[in-house]
Design a protein around this ligand. Sequence first.
Ligand code: NAD
Length: 557
Amino acid sequence: MHGRPFIDGLSAWGEPTQLRGPGVLSDPLLNKGTAFTTQERDALGLRGLLPPRVFTLEEQVQRSLTAVRSKQDVIEKYIYLTSLQNRNEVLFYRLVIDHIEELVPIIYTPTVGEACLHYGSIYRRPRGLFISLNERGRIAEILRLWPHGGVRLIVVTDGERILGLGDLGALGMGIPVGKLSLYTACAGVHPYYTLPITLDVGTDNALLQTGPAYIGIRERRLRGAAYDDFIAEFVSGVKSVFPKALLQWEDFGNTNAFRLLRNYRHRLPSFNDDIQGTAAVALAGVIGALRLTGSTLARQRLLFLGAGEAGTGIADLYVAAARAEGLGEAEARRHCWFVDSKGLVVQGRGEPLAEHKLPYAHEHPFIESLAEAVKVLKPTALIGVSGMPATFTREIVAAMAALNERPIIFALSNPTSKAECTADQAYSWSGGRAIFASGSPFPPVEFEGRRFLPGQGNNIYIFPGVGLGVLVSEAREITEQMFLAAANTLAGLVQPEDLAVGRVYPPLSNIREVSLRIAAAVAAAAHDAGLAARARPPNLVEDIRGRMFEPVYREYA
Ligand code: NAD
């Protein structure tokens, strides 16, 4: 396998293997399957254990692609790809990278959501660590059981808010596994360094608790101080066993997500993709849209539908970006308005507001509906992060189009069935003037002789590059400036031909180059802030490019 290790001197995966015979075939980082040459088969004791014909990697990729395509059901495709990953990682990643637009929707959203729902019955063999309440007091010991030393990248979930599907408990493991696959496919993080973890703290999903195929512990979710103690033990275990690891919080419920991020973001390199990754990808979309309108961030007024992790995360990053354009913080916050399930978020609305909403609870008369809020507040951008479909109605989109020459309308809720409006609706109800992006992909739209290619504000554009940049610079903290750098870099990579068809993101086929550029911007931010433990290389882009994992077979003999 190519790609220099992140830490100079650590090359466990690059050393000659001591394994022989079946042991080689059952290690997915070593196994080449039918691609072992005759000499390698002799040297590694594989004669007779493999069919005689030797295939090239390209031939194996073609065979696997035919196999995936022959399966009608997306879950069958997911199972096929997962077992390929568990058998031969080079082949798996070669296949995914070469067919990224076709296969990402299977290894990650939207298929991964369905895969999580069935994780109990499709579970074949373990991948990653399950750390449950039964392991309290011994978490560091469990982490030490992981066979690869020097883990650098952990994605952890407690399964409480899996995509838009809610509390799936231990079934949520599909998410850290999928996210880490994307780190490797999209940013070249070597799989040796990655570790998916599910913290099984119980589930409040009664259907799961009693279901025969449920793989987690059958208890109600741990809450309060006992939950915080469990997380504290986990984080201190990570710090002692894998002191250089980046910890990504993934799909935690919003009653815990903001607090965990606040508590740990300065104690180890750590971020929450649902809050910060979403923020950067959405902000990049807005910056991309401004390249079409010729306006500035400081002149925008954003109205959000939904005031959870995604919405307030986007607003916080907008505030940081607008401050960089010269707005004061309080003024920048007044450019962001929220409608949640109870109406416009304003001071004195009646019930106590969750802490993350407070900075955006402005002094203003209460407004009950989104349609009315659009009329009164006159936003330039409407951003849907509510999980509520069909909430951007014809009336609302038309009102946005009456207020703005090019209204920004982002329907970010996933999956497609939850989007606040469809691409078709946004274009047709605005007379073809909307600048539209969505969380899930929409097909191209023809409107009055024009063809639009709606952009997908997928976090995949941001988190792999951010993670890679943190790993290569060995940043000890992940800052807002790094996410801002990622958003600006992403927006800068949108080409005039993308904008011409209404797409405010680059095509996914460029993802490895996008991730590389973001990684370089993030590493530069780490060096500039004095947070990097590694010395700054003379050419960041080329240094990082040389460290990216390329799935090609190494030679054993
Ligand atoms: P969350 O549970 O933290 O927040 C949801 C918010 O929506 C809450 O404030 C809730 O009050 C509000 N809400 C619920 N019903 C509403 C209604 N009828 N009207 C107005 N507001 C309502 O969830 P989240 O993490 O913020 O995610 C929200 C949505 O954003 C999800 O659908 C998710 O798929 C999507 N999302 C998209 C991306 C992306 O496109 N890159 C990234 C993250 C999240």
